[in-house]
Write a protein that binds this ligand. Structure first.
Ligand code: PLP
Length: 390
């Protein structure tokens, strides 16, 4: 098994050639739900797969290494990973969350807040005064999602984590949009890193899964215990596929990001586009912060069509190569309309406050040839002929 600390080597080779039973090069999948005891009162390393499974454990170890954490828990979905972090909260504890977070995260926080499982304050984390006011309430947890979904706002992890820690709060960063290939929140001060492994880590749109990496062993053990109690751990087969997807994380994201950069520059030149949200553009308000804390700008972007919802209808009906579907981070390019798809779980007023307009479209740039990606978008623009801004 590799001992290298190089992240690309960990992703490509963690667990390779480590099989003791058959000398299998590829780590075998262990589907068994239960494991033999060596004898009376002599459990082995694994007893029951809800709590511990060798295949899931291998993925968890690889993710913990990639994120620079002490341990990780692999969950059944990304939402289960978010909820696992929320399990540290008690009634009347406060969680500060971004006002423009992923719609499912918003919905979960709002629903648990309403049931009084804890209190929630949705805050614009780039508004220094609003953040300071929220931190004066001494939250137990500050949740950061950067770049944010779908507006690609960038939040300064190091600065927010330092302020949150001063007030005694733990800090969790949802790193789904970049993956550890491009951003490592633990090194910037995060206590927890959340992933929807459904996205870049698996990368092939054939698994729904999640993970939480904890910076400290104590937190990792506590989350692992709760994941077993609540029964939210991931399935071995999903873990096997995700580990297989992880092997190519770095080359995938390198190429996808190069194409995303070209797509962003293409969109910036189109008269039908009112705004392009991609942190790699010098015009993006988070460009400097992203350059500091990320090692690349990623392959997600969003843009606003000047013609509003009618332009969106025509565009998504005509666009080629980009498939109209939710999710992101796969090898295939996807286009989504946040207001009616990914962020429908957010009330219209909350979407308005977050700045998620009806003309906004989100792109997940895949591995197709760059020329085809641009041609596919051109087909969408052709369908706008004669419309306002078009
Ligand atoms: N976090 C972010 C940033 C997401 O984009 C998503 C899903 O789109 C999730 C969490 C939830 O993940 P899952 O769909 O795997 O439950």
């Amino acid at each position: 098994m590799t001992k290298s600390a190089n992240l690309e080597t960990i992703a490509a080779a963690y667990g390779v050639a480590a099989d003791k039973a058959f000398g299998a090069v590829t780590p075998p999948i262990v589907l068994s739900s239960t494991f033999t005891f060596a004898g009376f009162d002599q459990p082995r390393a694994h007893d029951y797969s809800r709590g511990a499974n060798p295949t899931r454990q291998m993925l968890a170890e690889a993710l913990a290494r990639l994120e620079g954490g002490a341990g990780a828990v692999v969950t059944a979905t990304g939402m289960a990973a978010v909820d696992l972090v929320l399990s540290i909260l008690r009634p009347r504890d406060l969680v500060v969350a971004p006002h423009d977070c992923y719609g499912g995260t918003y919905r979960l926080l709002a629903a648990r807040g309403e049931r009084k499982h804890f209190d929630v304050a949705f805050v614009d984390l780039n508004d220094d005064e609003a953040l300071a006011a929220a931190l004066r309430r001494r939250p137990a947890l500050v949740l950061i999602e950067t770049p944010s979904n779908p507006l690609m706002r960038v939040y300064d992890i190091r600065a927010i984590a330092a302020q949150a820690h001063e007030r005694g709060a733990k800090v969790a960063v949802d790193n789904t949009f970049l993956s550890p290939a491009l951003q490592q929140p633990v090194a910037l001060g995060a206590d927890f890193v959340i992933h929807s492994t459904t996205k870049y880590l698996n990368g092939h749109s054939d698994v729904v899964g999640g993970a939480v990496v904890a910076a400290s062993e104590t937190d990792a053990d506590a989350l692992s215990a709760w994941a077993n109690i609540a029964g939210v751990t991931g399935a071995p087969f999903d873990s096997y596929l995700t580990l297989r997807g992880l092997r190519t994380l770095f080359p995938r994201i390198r190429q996808q990001q190069a194409s995303a950069d070209s797509v962003a520059r293409f969109l910036e030149r189109r008269p039908e586009v009112a705004a392009v949200h991609y942190p790699g553009l010098a015009s993006h308000p988070g460009h400097a912060a992203a350059s500091r804390q990320q090692s690349g700008f990623g392959a997600m972007l969003s843009f606003e069509l000047a013609g509003g919802v009618e332009a969106v209808r025509r565009f998504v009906g005509a666009v080629q190569v980009f498939t109209l579907a939710e999710s992101l981070g796969g090898v295939e390019s996807l286009i989504a309309h946040p207001a009616t798809m990914t962020h429908v779980g957010m009330a219209a007023e909350a979407r308005r406050v977050a700045g998620i307009g009806d003309g906004l479209l989100r792109l997940s740039v895949g591995l197709e040839a760059e020329a085809d990606l641009i041609a596919g978008l051109e087909a969408g623009f052709d369908a706008l002929g004669g419309m306002a801004g078009g």
